[in-house]
Ligand binder design. Structure first.
Ligand SMILES: [Zn+2]
Length: 454
């Protein structure tokens, strides 16, 4: 079905082609308005280069000099301009499907425009048609693919891709407890402040479209300015401009590339300076990394002694594959479960593997020989009905609670009693150092014990 088959059979205007969309032929009042439109279109088209006039005709498949106009409405008919995109991909449709529900109209109320406004509005629309006429060589699918490829080639997206490791490392470290141990604190504060500024344009991009174009379905519309497509991904809530003639994407906020390059290099360098300026921390981290490797197969309870306490504290810690270096890219792979590990490792900084394993052995033997006498010398923190809660045990529980903000009173009872309920297991609490700590206690007494420090 071609456009000329769905228009009114009676076409009274020589420069307008009226398409009825649920409407009858307009009344005599609108006819005089249509006369005015007809005259304006004629005048405007006349001033357009012949090349453009032919482009428009090729696009709309109407004779040169004739412009399509939809007459939309049930009882009251309004003349609306049809979006040029509609004609662009007409070939892909099974015939024309303009309905009152379609988004194919520019629903500007033409009656409300002054003569000058109407003229400039129509001129812009003709320009959009002429521009769209240049795009007919490719299908919608092909233009979409080109727009997405151009998005990935946008200089800022390219920079983001190139600096992805730094950007992601900065995000990780910005939330890391390690920042709190770097010196001097005012430089750390300044660094964090810079990070907020430098990362803002990257954060403004949706995660799935930060380093390359996203893979979601996108929507293409001819922009109001008639020089580009407006590309929309609803999934990402992202919109950008694609200029098909120059094959370029312009982002909503286009940061200066030179500045962005300098800025990202600066925050990386500033972090490295901070790390290098804190050799004590580097040394401690490197030793923690070693101790974790040395004690992979050592079963441990931190109550046995400071050596075991250290080992237990880094049981779940993560370190990079290679030896830790004072750089942003190396630091991002360090994840301590408690910052106390840095303190616990201090006595052992110079220890070799053998020396450290001896420490653990000594602690173990000492614990095995612990007599009732020794345990009596421990401070009783709370006691009820012959059951005693030692101060040391409270310390362990409190240390643990300081790290687990989600622990509830009820759950803590189960954990201390050593009940591996499905809830406890789902939260992995059955592997926590406080699991079963009060196992010998009758369950009903445990709440009282908890209340003594909760
Ligand atoms: Zn998307």
């Amino acid at each position: 079905m071609s456009l000329t088959q769905v228009g009114f059979t009676d076409q009274p205007f020589d420069h307008l082609y009226l398409l009825p969309i649920g409407a009858e032929l307009p009344s005599s009042t609108s006819k005089s308005f249509l006369n005015q439109l007809n005259a304006t279109i004629k005048e405007l088209l006349h001033a357009f280069p012949m090349e453009d006039q032919h482009r428009i005709a090729k696009l709309t498949q109407l004779p040169v000099g004739v412009f399509p106009l939809a007459v939309v409405g049930e009882t009251n008919a309004y003349p609306y301009l049809i979006q040029p995109d509609y004609f662009l991909w007409k070939k892909q449709k099974q015939g024309l499907q303009l309905t009152t529900q379609t988004h194919h109209f520019d629903t500007k109320n033409l009656y409300k425009l002054s003569e000058t406004q109407l003229k400039s509005y129509l001129e812009l629309q003709l320009t959009r048609y002429a521009f769209t006429g240049k795009l007919i060589s490719l299908s919608r699918k092909q233009w979409k693919a080109k727009a997405q490829a151009a998005y990935s080639q946008n200089p800022f997206i390219e920079l983001a891709r190139e600096k992805r490791d730094v950007i992601e490392a900065v995000e990780v470290l910005n939330r890391s407890m390690l920042l709190g141990v770097l010196n001097p604190p005012e430089d750390v504060a300044f660094w964090r402040h810079r990070v907020e500024i430098v990362l803002r344009p990257y954060r403004a991009l949706p995660e799935q479209a930060r380093y390359v174009a996203c893979k979601h379905p996108i929507k293409l519309e001819i922009s109001k300015s008639a020089t580009s497509f407006t590309v929309t991904c609803e999934e990402c809530d992202l919109q950008y401009g694609y200029y098909p003639l120059s094959d370029q994407v312009v982002l909503h906020e286009e940061p200066s590339i030179e500045q962005a390059k300098k800025r990202i290099a600066t925050i990386e360098r500033q972090f490295n300076d901070l790390a290098e300026g804190t050799p004590k921390v580097i040394k401690a981290l490197q030793k923690l990394q070693q101790v974790q490797l040395w004690t992979k197969n050592v079963a441990t309870q931190d109550i046995l002694g400071p050596g075991h306490q250290l080992v237990a504290s880094i049981r779940e810690a993560v370190f990079p594959h290679d030896l830790i270096e004072p750089t942003l890219l190396s630091f991002q792979h360090v994840k301590l479960t408690t910052i106390d590990s840095l303190r616990f490792v201090q006595p052992y900084l110079a220890f070799t593997k053998e020396e450290f394993l001896n420490v653990l052995q000594d602690e173990l033997e000492q614990a095995n020989h612990t007599t009732t006498e020794v345990s009596k010398s421990e401070v009783v923190y709370f006691s009820t009905k012959g059951y005693e809660l030692m101060e040391e045990e409270v310390d362990v529980i409190e240390d643990y609670l300081a790290r687990d903000e989600n622990m509830t009173f009820h759950l803590l009872i189960q954990v201390l009693k050593g009940e591996a309920t499905s809830k406890v297991r789902s939260l992995n609490l059955h592997t926590s150092p406080i699991f079963g700590l009060l196992r010998p206690w009758p369950k009903k007494l445990i709440p009282q014990a908890i209340k003594s420090f909760w």
